[in-house]
Each structure stands twice: as C-alpha cells, then as structure tokens.
Design a protein around this ligand. Structure first.
Ligand SMILES: *[C@@H]1O[C@H](CO)[C@@H](O)[C@H](O)[C@H]1NC(C)=O
Ligand SMILES: *[C@@H]1O[C@H](CO)[C@@H](O)[C@H](O)[C@H]1NC(C)=O
Ligand SMILES: *[C@@H]1O[C@H](CO)[C@@H](O)[C@H](O)[C@H]1NC(C)=O
Ligand SMILES: *[C@@H]1O[C@H](CO)[C@@H](O)[C@H](O)[C@H]1NC(C)=O
Ligand SMILES: *[C@@H]1O[C@H](CO)[C@@H](O)[C@H](O)[C@H]1NC(C)=O
Ligand SMILES: *[C@@H]1O[C@H](CO)[C@@H](O)[C@H](O)[C@H]1NC(C)=O
Length: 488
C-alpha cells in the first residue's frame, strides 16, 4: 500500500518534472554595468526574474551585482576583463587570489550560483592586434588550476568568449569554415584544453554587424523568417546568417576533430539606436525571432540540439566606448532604467515587464532658452562641451533624435549633460543659453531622458527602515498613551 503510493507519487513527480522541463524555458542574457546611472542591482535581479531570465553573464566580478544575485536562483557566468589577462597569465597565485575573492567567496558567503568563469572578452578580436595572444591561454590554464585548488572545478567551468572573427570560410559557405590562420594553432590548443576539462567554447555572433559592415548585405538574411534568398551549401539551405555563421564554426570544429565540442553563444542581439538599421522595429523582429527559436529548442542544420544563447543585452549602457559605433550604447532590450523599448513574447504568451521601484531625479529638463539665439557664437562650443561629457549618440545620423531642428538639437545635448550631472546646480547654464523646464521636450522617437537618482537609490532602504522605526516608535508611544489613559 505504502509502497504503491510512493511509487505512484514517484511517477507523478516524474511526469510533473518532465512537464516542467518542457514548459519552463529559461532565458539568458548579458548584464553590463558601464553606465553613468546604473540601476540598483536588486532592481536588476528582480527585472531578470520577472522576465524569465535564469542565467546571466557579467563582464566582471561586480560586487553589487554578485551580491544581489545570491540565492536568486539565477545561474551566473562571471567575466574576467582583458586587462587582467596578463597578471593572471604570469602567476598561478594571482589566479588563486582572483578565484578566492571573485568566485569562492560569492559562492560560499553569498550563495551565488556561479557556473562559468569567462576568461577575457573577445581577446582575439582583430582590432586588438596581438595584445592578448600570449596571455589568454596561460590565464585560462591558471584560472582552471585555481578552480581545481578551490574545489570548485566540477561546478564552475572555464570558457573564453570569442568574437566570430576567430573563424572564417574561404569558400564563402559554412562548410568551408576553419579557424583564422594566424591563430589556428592557438585556437586548437585552447579548444583541446576546454574539451579536456569538460568546458564549453563561447562565441559571440552578430547578424547586425554583418548587415552594418556591408552595404550590399541582403537585409532579410539578417532575420529569421525564411524570406531571404537562400544560400545553398551542398545539401543544406541557409536563410539566415545566424545559422550560417554558427555552422561555419561547427565545420571548423569538425575539421579539427572536435565535432561534439559544446558551444555557448555568449552574445547575440540587436541595438535600437545609433545607426539607421538600429531601431526598435528591427530589434523587436530579430530578438523575437531569436526567442522563438529558443522556445522551440531549435538548433542549426549542422547542430540539431537546442542552442545555449545569452542575449546581448539586458539594459543600455551610456558609458560604453563608441569606437565600434554609436549603436554600442543601445543594445539593451530595456533602456538604461529598465523601461520598455518594445514588446516581446517571452514565452507562454507572457510579455516583457519593466523594472520596478526605480527612483528618478526631479521631472525637469534643461533646454535651449527661448531667448537665446541660434546665431550665438557660444552655441556650437556649448553643444560639443555637453556631448563630451554626456551621451549624445541619439543625435547622430539615422538615430532617434537625428530629425530634431537646431534648437531642439541643442536642447537634447544640454539636457543629457544636465541629467548626467544629476541635475546639479549650475549644470544647466551654458553661457546663459539654457533654462530648466517642467515640460517634457520629448518628440516622436526622440526621448529626453531623466536620469536615475543615485542618492535616493542608495539611501532608499535605509530611509524606509528609519521610517519604519519612526512609525513603530510612534506606535509604541500611542500604545503607551492608550495604556496610560486606560489605566487611569
Ligand atoms: C565612464 O568611463 C570612463 C572611461 O572608461 C571612466 O573613466 C569613468 O569613470 C566612467 N564613468 C562612470 C560614471 O562610470
Ligand atoms: C576581483 O575582480 C575584480 C573585478 O574584475 C578585480 O578588480 C579584482 O582585482 C579581482 N580580485 C583579485 C584578487 O584579483
Ligand atoms: C517576417 O517577419 C516580419 C516581422 O516580424 C513580418 O512582418 C513578415 O510578414 C514576415 N515575413 C514572412 C515571409 O514571414
Ligand atoms: C546636432 O548636434 C550634433 C552634436 O553636436 C551635431 O553633430 C549636429 O550637426 C547637430 N544638428 C543640427 C541640426 O544642429
Ligand atoms: C548670464 O546672465 C546673467 C544675468 O542676466 C549675467 O549677470 C551673467 O553675466 C550672464 N553670464 C554669462 C556667462 O553670460
Ligand atoms: C509610516 O506610516 C505611514 C502611515 O501609516 C505610512 O503611510 C508610511 O508608508 C509608513 N512608512 C514606512 C516607511 O513604513
């Protein structure tokens, strides 16, 4: 009796468990923190949970982010920035210290579910020349040794996120894929090392950059709905560059004896501003197509198993280098403050949910004064001064604020400066060319932002605690008064 009950319970569990595995498809994304006004980590973790993200990738061991991820149920990939590769390569002790401070402590003291350490970030990018060629592999080996020493090597896997330019195809077809000749042997050594340690290879793939780099690139081929002119590769037909690019890597792996090497896609996404093809419409289309593939567990023609994909990115970062282009600060599915840019179906008919509990600066903007003249000799200088400290990438060609007239253009620049400076006194002066207004100057696609109030964010929990103490003190006094009144 008891046994059969246990047995049926077991089967119920099994069936329930299988159902669960099928139903709940977690999403993964990158969380970058190069912002002048970052969201509070607690708010970001809630944003991740609310939107079904159960894996996140960080570019460095950011203490605030890691602590907030403790006991969250979210799996973490922690990155090591490229400038740490040389010190980590030169000494095992440095790697032991790094792992101790940036992995072990967070796992044991804060309950952070760290699953991967990403050693470097696209270290073999052609634009870096040879800067990290000598240090990446030794750093990887030292970090792995340190993880073993810390007793974490089973649960925490090393990897190296690489740009898709580490491989290429001479035939122009995915089947011609192989590693770039200048780093071929190094790639093989790294892949063999990862494989020996049951660790994955990580590759970043950017259809947006393919489209962006080549004016003749067929736009439809960047997206997923099969309407592009197909690329025929033997018996395989490709209708999107994402699959073709990924399979170029799989061919390269096959050619070198690693056909079953696990691969993570560390970054893939679409920006919404800073370039004519970076807009909400294209980003929604691309990311929805990508999410649909994830929900369907769709692989590629050469690798049929579901892909492990980290979206790039969760939120915009207004302090990122724009060396690759103005779009670099606009990769977020959400704006910098966790506000919605566009809707996505995030599975089971759910939609994106914006960040909750964000504290903003006052509802006021800095604009060009109605009394100021466009002929003022200080105008041009004041705009370039503002834009040298604040993010004006939305003013560029083909961007969300590129159609503003000259006055609004100046206003946009002044406002970004004013907000970036936390609306500080004197930050809306510009030789008397500007004034503060309570009227939102935003116009169609152009959003005049108000920044997050960093002070309120930091003190909010403490203040509410103080408030509670005050409230309960008041309550106590009230209670005492009642007792005294009742007693007498
Ligand atoms: C923005 O980036 C610059 C250069 O990378 C850095 O020096 C500065 O501290 C950053 N500002 C903020 C607010 O993070
Ligand atoms: C831990 O990581 C941070 C951020 O990357 C870095 O600044 C720090 O040096 C690391 N700790 C050690 C001991 O290397
Ligand atoms: C492709 O997707 C776009 C946007 O999601 C849609 O408007 C279009 O009709 C689709 N085309 C085909 C052939 O499915
Ligand atoms: C707006 O400002 C940007 C940034 O300084 C400048 O490049 C652009 O020419 C300006 N456009 C107009 C219409 O004034
Ligand atoms: C700005 O205007 C005030 C008052 O009209 C004047 O006193 C001041 O000199 C002006 N400042 C500049 C930089 O023009
Ligand atoms: C204190 O009590 C007031 C009135 O009951 C309430 O509105 C407020 O939210 C409380 N403050 C805190 C921090 O709990």
């Amino acid at each position: 009796m008891g046994n059969s009950c246990m047995l049926s319970f077991f089967f119920l569990c099994l069936i329930g468990g299988l159902g669960l595995v099928k139903e709940v498809k977690g999403l993964a994304c990158n969380w970058g923190t190069q912002s002048t006004h970052p969201l509070q980590p607690k708010i970001v973790v809630q944003l991740l949970k609310d939107n079904g993200f159960d894996k996140v990738k960080l570019f460095e061991a950011d203490p605030g982010a890691l602590k907030a991820l403790g006991h969250s149920g979210i799996q973490v990939m922690v990155g090591i920035p490229n400038d740490l590769l040389a010190p980590l390569a030169s000494s095992v002790q440095a790697a032991i210290n790094w792992v101790q401070q940036n992995v072990s402590d967070y796992v044991s003291r804060y309950g952070v579910d760290i699953r991967h350490v990403a050693v470097g970030n696209e270290p073999f990018l052609k634009t870096y020349k040879d800067t990290y060629l000598q240090t990446t592999f030794p750093a990887l080996q030292n970090v792995q040794a340190a993880l073993i020493k810390a007793g974490l090597a089973k649960q925490v896997k090393v990897t190296v996120p690489l740009n898709a330019d580490v491989y290429q195809t001479d035939s122009g077809l995915p089947s011609g894929g192989n590693f770039r000749s200048d780093i071929h042997d190094l790639m093989i050594s790294i892949i063999k090392f990862l494989s020996d340690n049951l660790s994955p290879l990580t590759i970043n793939i950017y259809p947006f950059l393919s489209l962006n780099a080549d004016p003749n690139f067929p736009k439809e081929y960047a997206f997923f709905n099969g309407s592009a002119a197909p690329v025929v590769d033997g018996s395989i037909t490709y209708t999107n560059v994402f699959e073709a690019n990924f399979d170029t890597l799989i061919s390269a792996l096959e050619k070198n004896g690693f056909s079953s090497m696990p691969v993570i896609i560390g970054e893939v996404g679409w920006p919404t501003d800073g370039d004519p093809s970076a807009n909400a419409e294209n980003a929604q289309r691309f990311n929805q197509g990508l999410l649909n593939r994830i929900f369907q567990g769709q692989g590629t023609p050469k690798r049929k198993t579901p892909l492990d994909i980290y979206l790039f990115s969760l939120i915009d970062e207004d302090n990122k280098s724009i060396q690759p282009g103005n779009f670099e600060r606009h990769w977020g599915v959400f704006y910098f403050d966790g506000a919605l840019k566009y809707q996505l179906d995030t599975g089971n008919g759910k939609s994106l949910v914006p960040a909750k509990g964000v504290k903003y600066l006052a509802r006021q903007w800095c604009i060009m004064s109605p009394d100021a003249s466009l002929a003022d000799p200080n105008l041009a200088n004041s705009i370039s001064y503002a834009c040298s400290y604040a993010d004006c990438t939305s003013l560029g060609y083909g961007s969300s604020c590129s159609r503003l007239d000259a006055r609004s253009n100046a206003s946009y620049a002044y406002n970004m400066y004013y907000q970036t400076m936390d609306q500080r006194k004197g930050s809306c002066s510009f030789n008397n060319l500007s004034v503060v207004t309570n009227q939102d100057p935003s116009q169609d696609t152009c959003r005049f932002e108000i920044m997050i109030d960093l002070r309120k964010q930091e003190t909010a929990p403490r203040r509410s605690l103080a408030g509670k103490i005050q409230n309960s003190t008041m309550g106590l006094i009230l209670l005492l008064l009642l007792i005294i009144n009742g007693a007498f």
